[in-house]
Design a protein around this ligand. Structure first.
Ligand code: MGD
Ligand code: MGD
Ligand code: SF4
Ligand code: MO
Length: 784
């Protein structure tokens, strides 16, 4: 790799990528070990075949003689990244003893006849089932303390508090924060029956707002994230660390297939030297938040060289003149100044991408979405697809299809009211929020919730499989949760939210629940598919699946008639009725998925009116929001700092928080095995510390007298925190990172490490409201 801090490229060893043996990749940081396509990162530690904790999972042990041991195979559907990877598990005496993938599974394999796997965080599902650290019993707060109660008491207490809340504050001020739930009926309870319009979820709110919105507004949908990998000849991982985030799963395998079958080129654009960067033909170590400039310059080259798809542009796009004008003066030399990437490299990837098109694709998701000028950046990147005409063509940007499912309420003839119909979300209703352009494009913004609580516009929350304390302005959110009059938590572990809640419902974890998923992107480029599973084991301890919890609350509120199903399985089978299938059918025959319809490419040809939009001036709400924010509707260059932080002498470093292969967001930091693996990955396993690590470049570390293993203070204009340093060339000079989901408010029992969002205030992208997680900080040696 190059260590000059600007551009690097690394040679890829294709043999390493496909063999299953662990290999050491040298050169960067402390030598991160990787296993090619499977993405298992520890050298020393083989995956255990049995869970470490297999304690008796139920509270009341059987008195009788133990029965003959039983062993059976069951299925699961990993819910962690919402990526629906199939799981095959072995159940012995009601305990799960082995977990692996499902061969041929759309999300967990490379297609028919290939092995199925799950990634490290998918494997944690097995640990969770029998983990005694889980919340085992419902709790309600009485006299300031959380007390264990029966389910009946918990439901009755909740119903009483919800009724009082409605009378005192109005149900419309209750926030539904159902996130990763394995059922969707929480929407029916809170919106349709209780009547609140306030809902915060992942998608545009905390995940990648600008990416989702650009895809939707420009005509390709939010699947603008996933090219048709396996048929591609040129793939750009733009602000994505695919080989870690979907380690060994569909995306990683799709890229491997493209290497093997199409001799594809992989380019990674990332300020960090990630696993994906290591495996790339070319790694462009971009100056953070400058992706928009790079994309515009690529567009400039492609037009100048006459490499764009004139026919597609002419016949199927809107606003090309505005785009051509926007890129006219955006030369690679102009972009080099801004991005730190050599003009020659910019020319090379622009022409490489355009020449391979339509068998060329870009994947974007979070890396180009979580900053203040990200809306323009993602628009300018997405525009490149329209320019080269790769849309819904083999190897290009696929318009993936899911399977339409039935509405179980309709199937049962249940006439749900729509009690939120007349309610306007507070963000659009009150003048307090008039200065925020985002109110034109979404109902709520994560970073504004604390302000809404202060204004009395939000007074309570239902928090289901979600931890907002790690998503943005942590300090303000912690105060907001304290301030709220009613906090209902549905969680499997004690987190900052469940510890502060008035009611805590202990949820069964994924393998104890029924699941059903129909995804879109997958190893099957031409098939829609469905995957499902019935619970592999009973809910452990005194826990219940989320579906039963929601129905229990509804019944206590007097709304039982709206939920006529005896079980979640029945509800899901109603959904499947369009396919004449049941969950049991899906699990019959050695796997748990079904390929459904075959669909072709160039689906836009079926709709004469379909156009790819370079300019979104026709969308009034976006046009108004853009105007208020001081931007146009076509791609343009918006420098970093226009909306987000500017670096200064006091805060000269740019902090961005990252995912680690071992943790799903803030959900797994309770897992000692993964904490140990993360420590080992940094060579710090002998330290008595299992928090997150501040990754800092040797240059910046030397200036501050910081060495690996030192505790350091991180400070921004609005907050600070402390964690352990890891000095490495993995990150650029001037750019520091840390894993998120640790520290105050997390699920780690002793809250070790730092909540990265303690240094964050209300920075956000003005159009989507997505938290802007690039924060100006300084780092000092010190601490315990
Ligand atoms: N292990 C693990 N896997 C996950 C998850 C998890 O929590 N843990 N979550 C799942 C979910 S919900 C999602 S949305 C996906 C996300 O999947 P990805 O988008 O692939 O996620 P990240 O690893 O965060 O990749 C973002 C990359 O962007 C880089 N980056 C930061 N700033 C900039 C910038 O300004 N420009 C550019 N070009 N790059 C930048 C970072 O260094 C990082 O490597 O991952 C999924 N998979
Ligand atoms: N700082 C920062 N924040 C981010 C991101 C980032 O890059 N940086 N990425 C964002 C992205 S892309 C996304 S998609 C969101 C996702 O964020 P969330 O939707 O909030 O997901 P998690 O953090 O996994 O949720 C964690 C909570 O779920 C609980 N949990 C774990 N297993 C179960 C279970 O089986 N049942 C129940 N009921 N609860 C369970 C955990 O105990 C924990 O309290 O995070 C976003 N937040
Ligand atoms: S990528 Fe890993 S964590 Fe995500 S759904 Fe698949 S197996 Fe589960
Ligand atoms: Mo996400």
């Amino acid at each position: 790799m190059s260590t000059d801090g600007t551009t690097g490229s690394s040679e890829r060893d294709r043999v390493d990528l496909t063999r299953r043996k662990l290999v050491q990749v040298g050169g960067v940081g402390a030598g991160i070990a990787v296993s090619g396509c499977l993405g298992i990162f520890d050298e020393e530690e083989p995956e255990p075949e049995t869970p470490e904790e297999t304690e008796t999972p139920t509270e009341e042990p059987e008195e009788e003689e133990p029965e003959e041991p039983t062993e059976q195979v069951a299925y699961g559907n990993c819910w962690i990244c919402h990526h629906n990877c199939g799981q095959e598990v072995v159940v012995e005496n009601d305990a799960i003893t082995y977990l692996t993938g499902v061969d041929g599974h759309p999300r967990g394999s490379a297609g028919e006849g290939t092995e199925g796997t799950v990634c490290p965080k998918g494997q944690i599902q097995m640990d969770k089932v029998h983990d005694p650290a889980r919340i085992k019993q419902p709790h309600v707060r009485r006299n300031g303390e959380l007390e264990e109660v029966s389910w009946e008491e918990a439901f009755e207490y909740t119903a009483k508090r919800l009724e009082e809340f409605d009378e005192e504050h109005g149900a419309e001020t209750f926030l539904d924060a159902g996130s990763w739930a394995t059922t969707d009926v929480f929407r029916n309870l809170w919106r349709d029956l209780y009547g609140t319009p306030e809902r915060i979820g992942r998608g545009i709110h905390v995940c990648a707002g600008p990416t989702f919105q650009s895809g939707s507004t420009m005509g390709v949908g939010s699947d603008n994230r996933f090219p048709d990998y396996q048929n591609s000849e040129y793939i750009i991982a733009w602000g994505r660390n695919v080989l870690e985030t979907f380690a060994g799963q569909f995306e990683a395998k799709g890229i491997m297939t493209a290497f093997e079958e199409n001799d594809a080129t992989l380019v990674t654009i990332d300020p960090q030297h990630t696993e994906t960067a290591q495996k790339s033909d070319k790694w462009l170590q971009i100056e953070p938040r400058t992706d928009g400039a790079l994309a515009l310059a690529m567009g400039h080259v492609i037009i100048e060289e006459g490499l764009y798809d004139e026919e597609f542009v002419e016949e199927r796009t809107y606003g090309f003149d505005a785009y051509r004008e926007a890129v006219a003066d955006k030369t690679p030399e102009w972009a080099e100044e801004i991005t730190g990437i050599d003009a020659e490299d910019i020319r090379e990837i622009a022409t490489g991408f355009a020449e391979a098109a339509p068998q060329a694709g870009i994947t974007i998701w979070t890396g180009t979405a979580q900053y203040g000028n990200a809306w323009k950046a993602s628009q300018s990147i997405t525009a490149l697809n329209g320019l080269v005409g790769n849309i819904d063509r083999p190897g290009g940007l696929r318009m993936w299809q899911g399977v339409p499912l039935a509405n179980p309420f309709e199937e049962q003839g249940v006439d749900l009211p729509n009690n939120a119909a007349g309610e306007t979300p507070a963000l659009r209703k009150y003048e307090e929020y008039e200065e925020y352009p985002v109110r034109h494009t979404t109902g709520i913004a994560h970073n504004l919730v604390p302000e809404m609580v202060e204004n009395g516009h939000i007074n309570g929350i239902y928090c289901h499989y979600d931890n907002p304390l790690k998503d943005g302005n942590a300090e303000a959110w912690i105060e907001a949760i304290e301030e709220m009059d009613l906090v209902i938590s549905v969680d499997a572990y004690w987190s900052g939210v469940s510890r502060m809640a008035d009611v805590v419902f202990p949820e069964a974890t994924q393998l104890e629940k029924d699941t059903l998923g129909t995804g879109t992107w997958s190893a099957y480029s031409e098939h829609s598919w469905i995957t499902g599973s019935t619970a592999a084991v009973e809910p452990q301890w005194n826990t219940k699946p989320g579906f039963d919890i929601i129905v229990g609350i509804a019944e206590a509120m007097g709304w039982g008639e709206y939920f006529p199903w005896d079980s979640h399985e029945e509800y899901l089978n109603d959904k499947l009725s369009t396919l004449d299938l049941t969950l049991e059918d899906l699990e019959a025959g050695g796997d748990n998925y079904e390929l459904v319809d075959e669909y072709g490419y160039e689906q836009w040809k079926n709709d004469d009116d379909w156009q790819f939009r370079f300019d979104i001036d026709g969308l009034d709400n976006f046009a108004t929001a853009a105007e208020e924010a001081g931007m146009g509707t076509a791609p343009e260059w918006v420098p970093p700092g226009t909306y987000g932080d500017e670096l200064s002498d006091d805060y000269p470093l740019e902090l961005f928080d990252t995912r680690a292969v071992f943790f799903s967001h803030g959900g797994d930091q309770h897992n000692e095995r993964m904490l140990d693996r993360n420590a080992r990955r940094h060579g710090l396993e002998d330290e008595d510390y299992r928090g997150n690590y501040l990754v800092i470049n040797p240059e910046d570390a030397a200036e501050r007298g910081i060495e690996t293993g030192d505790m350091v203070q991180v400070e921004s204009e609005t907050g600070d925190g402390e964690l352990m340093a890891y000095v490495s060339e993995r990150t650029k000079p001037g750019f520091v990172t840390m894993e998120y989901g640790f520290g105050e408010g997390s699920v780690q029992p002793d809250n070790e490490g730092m909540n990265s969002m303690k240094v964050h205030a209300t920075q956000m992208d003005p159009i989507s409201g997505q938290p802007d997680r690039h924060v100006a900080v300084d780092v000092e040696s010190g601490g315990d």
